[in-house]
Design a protein. Sequence first.
Length: 94
Amino acid sequence: MVDINYERIPAHMQPAAQRYIEDGIKPGGFLYAVLTNNLKAVFGQADETNKAHLQDWVYWLHWDIPSDSQGSEAKVDAWIKRGGLKGMNPEGSQ
């Protein structure tokens, strides 16, 4: 089982992050930009809360989520296509 700490990131973003990581559901613009390492889009789409927590986002990316779930559009799109963590284990247990 993979233990993801969603509490490191702003509360209003936790459900979308969890859906992406666990089920491979494509996130909205800001989270997609974070995951694909698109700094320009991150700043362009971040709300004030997310701007204040950019360091937390970086920490979360580095320490909490699988490396193959983030870093480029190709990696994120492959994660979505696979169905996230559940797609890695079709029985649904992690």
